[in-house]
Write a protein that binds this ligand. Structure first.
Ligand SMILES: Cc1cc2nc3c(=O)[nH]c(=O)nc-3n(C[C@H](O)[C@H](O)[C@H](O)COP(=O)(O)OP(=O)(O)OC[C@H]3O[C@@H](n4cnc5c(N)ncnc54)[C@H](O)[C@@H]3O)c2cc1C
Length: 503
């Protein structure tokens, strides 16, 4: 008589239903694991979200998404989980338009146009502009090998990977300088001033700027019509269709440990759930220092949370405006003549605008959704204000919105009387809805040091546990979610001696 062997599926609990959690869940389901996601919010998506007020949908995330076009390494990954090829994607003509003291600089997506535009503004900097444009064109030719988790490679395979990455590494060696160091090479005062501000700060690595321009030039970094939440929902649908289980309003407070091995989770309501493997796709600080009580760290991890640069947080003013914005760029970096004072004594001198005139699904016909982002390091101010004086918190949000509307009215005209809906999110909002440390919605900043920092997805001394959210990879972003979810599945499959599959 032949023996019947019943294979029980390994159970995996995933904390957090953002992009990383949903993607990890999907790949694990495909590979024969039994997964459950516990999400504290009432919907999935995490930072990749949008919200609707009186007929207007405000997008809180994607400005552009790597991998919407075939030439980007993320495209085949998206294709594995969602019908990216069937989605309606907008490829923008420009990264954004910078306006300061009447001078306009359009950062065109098309590299040749960008070159002409930069040379028009700063002919005296032609040598460095040419070099910068060449770098974008060199990046156009590079295919980044992101389909294999480096953690799964042996020495020989790692050496091969490094060889395949040589063209990229050579460019990285030359261009992994801060935006500050780059603009210091320029002589044109306008470029020197506006470029760092328009690229998330002068500490950023120039590589981020170059790769963004390259991906936009290749029509591989577009916007999915319908917005960020719709995009996240497509991954959620795939996860559910693969048999994954998603539990909402389930705040995880503790990870159960037995003999230095993760065994389960405890929810805020006291319920316990057990599994063979625990993955946190939630905030890194909350996971390491609260759910795990800081018991599984080393000097390196402690230093990340002490001294590695973070992206800023945001105050986002979202407006539903009863008018169209025809023939205007979709994105502006607008330096304002009359600064706005906020957070007691900080000055806002620049507004970053998204005009969603390219997505008719986000507003009723003839109307437009506009969002204005204001960067801040001052997350504590907003959290304290909200906790201690809710009325002043609301008044402060109202004041910023009014001043923003006033500056937009001065710039565009015909705004003030047309605003139908106002919504203001602050760092306190990002913390409340996503639990991200200090409200930093992209995690670790891609500085020159950050770019070469390789974080582990395991913690020292702890078995059967992985951390995969944007806090486990410097640079953040939606594509990091799919890459880390896929990579961790490869790692788990290798450990279990299974062949990793994608369908
Ligand atoms: C304004 C803005 C603009 C952006 N622009 C872009 C862009 O143009 N392109 C781009 O690629 N990216 C952009 N991003 C960044 C991108 O949204 C994030 O980097 C990415 O979505 C992070 O995904 P994640 O899954 O790693 O983390 P998160 O989205 O933070 O997901 C973590 C999930 O875990 C849940 N969670 C946390 N703690 C717990 C707990 N204790 N118990 C249960 N659940 C928990 C949270 O609710 C959340 O759903 C932008 C973000 C913002 C806010």
């Amino acid at each position: 008589m032949s023996k019947v062997v019943i294979m029980t599926k390994k159970k995996v609990i995933i904390i957090g239903g953002g992009i990383a959690g949903l993607c990890a869940g999907s790949y694990l389901q495909i590979n024969g694991y039994d997964t459950e996601i516990f999400e504290m919010h009432d919907k999935s998506g995490g930072c990749c979200t949008s919200w609707t007020r009186k007929g207007y949908t405000f997008d809180g995330c994607i400005h552009f998404l790597y991998g919407t076009g075939e030439s980007n390494a993320f495209y085949p990954l998206w294709k594995e989980l969602i019908d990216i090829q069937g989605m309606e994607i907008v490829d923008f003509k420009e990264y954004s338009q910078i306006v300061k003291d009447g001078t306009i600089l359009t950062l065109f997506a098309d590299t040749e146009k960008l070159k002409r535009e930069l040379l028009r503004i700063a002919p005296e900097d032609s040598v460095i502009i040419e070099e910068f444009i060449n770098a974008i064109q060199e990046f156009d030719k590079i295919d980044m090998p992101i389909d294999v988790a480096p953690e799964t490679l042996g020495m020989v395979e790692l050496l091969k990977l490094l060889k395949d990455m040589k063209p990229y590494l050579n460019l990285q060696k030359k261009w992994n300088i801060s935006v500050r160091d780059f603009v210091n090479k320029l002589t044109n005062p306008f470029l020197k001033e506006v470029l760092p501000a328009s690229f998330e700060g002068e500490e950023m690595s120039l590589i981020a700027m170059i790769t963004s321009f390259s991906a936009m030039n290749l029509k591989s970094a577009g916007y999915p019509i319908g917005g960020s939440l719709e995009f996240a929902r497509k991954i959620e649908e795939r996860y559910i269709s693969l048999g994954g289980k998603l539990h909402f309003k389930q705040n995880v407070t503790q990870i159960i440990i037995d003999k230095n091995s993760a065994k389960g989770i405890i929810l805020e309501n006291g319920d316990e759930h057990h599994a063979d493997i625990i993955i946190s796709a939630a905030d890194g600080y909350n996971t390491i220092f609260e759910m795990l009580e800081g018991k599984y760290i080393d000097k390196k991890i402690a230093n990340y949370y002490k001294s590695l640069n973070l992206f800023r947080s945001l105050v986002q003013v979202s407006l539903g405006i009863n008018r169209t914005f025809d023939n205007t760029p979709h994105s502006y970096s607008l330096f304002i003549d009359e600064p706005i004072i906020f957070e007691d004594n900080n000055k806002i001198e620049r507004l970053e605008l998204m005009i969603y005139n390219f997505d008719p699904t986000l507003a009723p016909a003839g109307k437009t959704t506009v969002t204005v982002s204001i960067e801040t390091h001052n997350d504590e101010y907003w959290s304290n204000l909200r906790n201690e004086d809710r009325e002043r918190y609301r008044a402060e949000k109202k004041k910023i919105a009014e001043e923003v509307i006033d500056r937009l009215d001065k710039f565009f005209g015909n705004i003030k009387s047309k605003v139908e809906v106002i919504d203001v999110a602050t760092p306190a909002t990002y913390i409340r809805y996503t639990n991200n440390w200090k409200g930093r919605y992209m995690g670790w900043m891609l500085t020159p040091k950050g770019l070469v920092t390789r974080m582990k997805k395991t913690l020292p001394g702890l078995k059967n546990f992985y951390l995969i959210s944007q806090w486990a990879t410097v640079g953040g972003g939606v594509p990091v979610g799919i890459m880390s979810g896929r990579n961790i599945t490869q790692v788990i499959c290798k450990k279990d001696k299974r062949k990793f599959v994608t369908s």
